[in-house]
Design a protein around this ligand. Structure first.
Ligand code: ATP
Ligand code: MG
Length: 360
């Protein structure tokens, strides 16, 4: 026993992750998966209403609605309230995705993912209320700095590795990894948001969804696909964080797709050998050769030399100093978010699309 303990310590200090440590971690993930499935199988009850919140400022907008900074009137706490317009969801044939997003957000429980605190609906909208992540989108920080030092990309990238490992353990494919959907906490750690394309899958799925630059070749080629698409988009993210632009880029999406399926890209000269090596193993068009999708699974990331300095357990427990700490002055401070015009909130005397969202 004592020898085993020593060996574990020695391995941790050398970096990397042993198979036995991974086996232990898998048990923890198994427990999280069970919790997720339990919530998935129960029907959560609406636990709030619009008048419990004071809408303050638009944080972001998307295809179906708007995200507002909102203050809970009873507790004074701040949240991000995502409002999705039922009419738009129906028109864009996203009813199933909106149910998935809600059920998934309700079941998530991982340090690097947002989760659902409250939800409800009214005549026009569906509402998801999430903890407010004050440091803003990784996207804004990345565009402001041009690119991140590899040390920072590594810190963020390692958290994404753990988050994807967790989601995949819950049988969830995320499908929308990109800097816009990664938020920075006050602590400097990340929270992945936007589960609008996330789906519980057993086996394969076929839907074409995601963001052009981040789409895996198997999605573009309309092949059935699985979790491998998230590892591909992690490869794109690692590249974009350290380069300041994605590896496959063009103004016309069709041209982007051609480049992706050809799988040819150039790394900037400043990329370290280790980063080049990692990216080349992830951006493999052939999924049977793609890192993350091989027989050692996520261990191949945890033991890759680019990640050698990462103490994975320390990271999970927020014991590693973050490379950047946002200067958030108060709990509802929106300094790190762009300014948007206030959106006109629609009203209706009757409940729209009542049947479509009866089970929401
Ligand atoms: N919990 C949160 N805290 C702070 N800001 C958030 C939070 N969730 C979302 N936002 C902001 O709102 C933006 C849009 O949210 P989100 O990505 O969920 O919606 P979307 O992109 O419109 O969704 P969809 O892709 O389903 O149309 C985010 O990029 C982010 O800037
Ligand atoms: Mg988004």
């Amino acid at each position: 026993m004592a020898d085993d303990a020593k060996r574990t310590i020695a391995m941790t200090s050398l970096g990397g992750y042993s198979t036995s440590r991974q086996e232990q971690y898998n048990q923890y993930l198994h427990k999280l998966r069970q919790d997720f499935i339990d919530t998935w199988n129960e029907k959560p009850q609406t636990n709030a209403k619009l008048c419990d919140f004071e809408k303050q400022k638009v944080l972001g907008t998307g295809a179906f609605g708007v995200v507002y900074l909102s203050r809970h009137v009873h507790t004074g706490r701040y949240y991000a309230m995502k409002m999705l317009e039922k009419e738009k969801i129906v028109k864009l044939k996203q009813i199933e995705h909106s149910y998935y997003e809600k059920k998934i957000l309700c079941g998530l429980n991982f340090p690097f993912c947002v989760y659902m605190k409250y939800f409800f609906k009214d005549n026009v909208y569906l509402y998801y209320v999430l903890p407010f992540v004050a440091g803003g989108e990784m996207f804004s920080h990345l565009r402001k700095l041009g690119r991140f030092e590899e040390r920072s990309s590594k810190f963020y990238g390692a958290q994404v590795v753990l988050a994807l490992e967790y989601l995949h353990a819950c049988e969830l494919v995320y499908r929308d990894l990109k800097p816009e959907n990664i938020l920075i906490e006050r602590t400097g750690y990340i929270k992945i948001t936007d589960f609008g394309f996330c789906k519980l899958i057993r086996g394969r799925t076929w839907t074409l969804c995601g963001t052009p630059e981040y789409l895996a070749p198997e999605i573009i080629l309309s092949k059935g696909y699985g979790m491998s698409v998230d590892w591909w988009s992690l490869g794109i993210l690692l590249f974009e964080m350290s380069a300041g632009h994605p590896p496959f880029y063009a103004s016309d999406p069709m041209r982007i797709y051609e480049k992706i399926v050809a799988g040819k890209y150039r790394c900037p000269n400043h990329f370290s050998q280790e980063l080049r090596d990692l990216i080349s193993r992830v951006l493999q068009v052939d999924i049977t050769r793609r890192l993350g999708n091989l027989k050692n699974g996520v261990l191949d990331f945890k033991n890759h030399k680019w990640f050698a300095e990462i103490d994975w357990d320390g990271l999970l427990n927020s014991r590693i100093p973050a490379p950047f700490i946002p200067k958030v002055r108060s709990p509802g401070d929106t300094t790190y978010f762009d300014s948007f015009e206030d959106e006109l909130t629609k009203e209706s005397p009757i409940c729209l699309f009542e049947d479509d969202f009866a089970d929401f």
